[in-house]
Design a protein around this ligand. Structure first.
Ligand code: SF4
Length: 191
C-alpha cells in the first residue's frame, strides 16, 4: 500500500499537467496516516498549504484537528487527508474544470490504493468533484452516499466556512458539524 502511494506521490510532485504547476511552491499531496478506514478529501491548497506542502494547515486546519479531537480521532493516528486539487490556484480562486480533470487521477489513485471505508467530503468543491449530482453542501452534509470501492461518503462543511460562522446555536453550521462528526465516529466504531 505504502509503496504504491509513494509511487503516485512521486509522480504528482513532478506533475506539470495543468497551469497550476507554474505558481506553486509545493505540491500538496497528503497528510495524516495512510489507512483503509477514514479519508478526508478537501478542496485545494491555500496560501499556507502551498508554503508548507501539507493540506489543512493554518486556522482551518487547526479547527479540523479540533473537530476530530472532539470524537477521539486524530490526523496522526486515524485519518488520511488530501485534496481534490494538489496545487494552489492563484488567489485561492476556485479550480477550473480543466484543472480538476487534469488532477483527478491522483485523487482516484489515492482512493483506489487505500480503499477507505469512510470518505469525508469536506466542502463544496470536494462535493462537486465526488458527488457532482448533489446541489450544494448545505443540502448534502450529514447524509451518507455510496462511494467507490464499497466506501461510504459523507459531506461536511469546510472548516474555513465554520470560521466565518461562529454561532454554536442549534441548527448553526458548527452545531450541524458536531452532529456530523458524531455520526462519523458512530459508523467508524462499527468498522
Ligand atoms: S494541480 Fe494537479 S494536475 Fe495540475 S499541475 Fe498540480 S498536480 Fe498536476
Amino acid at each position: 500500500m505504502f509503496e504504491e502511494l509513494e509511487t503516485v506521490k512521486k509522480k504528482c510532485l513532478g506533475c506539470q499537467k495543468c497551469n497550476l504547476c507554474q505558481n506553486r511552491t509545493n505540491v500538496v499531496f497528503s497528510d495524516g496516516i495512510p489507512n483503509n478506514k477514514l479519508m478526508l478529501v478537501g478542496e485545494a491548497p491555500g496560501y499556507w498549504e502551498d508554503i508548507k506542502g501539507k493540506p489543512f494547515v493554518g486556522k482551518a486546519g487547526q479547527l479540523l484537528d479540533k473537530i476530530f479531537e472532539c470524537v477521539g480521532l486524530s490526523r496522526e493516528k486515524d485519518v488520511y487527508i488530501c485534496n481534490t486539487i494538489k496545487c494552489r490556484p492563484p488567489e485561492n480562486r476556485n479550480p477550473l474544470p480543466e484543472e480538476k480533470l487534469a488532477c483527478r487521477e491522483y485523487l482516484d489513485k489515492q482512493i483506489e490504493i487505500l480503499k477507505p471505508k469512510i470518505i469525508i467530503i469536506c466542502g463544496n468543491i470536494a462535493l462537486n468533484s465526488l458527488l457532482p449530482e448533489e446541489r450544494g453542501i448545505t443540502r448534502a452534509r450529514g447524509k451518507w452516499f455510496d462511494g467507490p470501492f464499497g466506501s461510504k461518503m459523507i459531506p461536511i462543511f469546510h472548516p474555513s466556512y465554520l470560521l466565518r460562522n461562529d454561532s454554536r446555536e442549534k441548527g448553526s453550521p458548527k452545531w450541524l458539524t458536531w452532529q456530523d462528526i458524531k455520526e462519523i465516529r458512530r459508523v467508524y466504531d462499527t468498522l
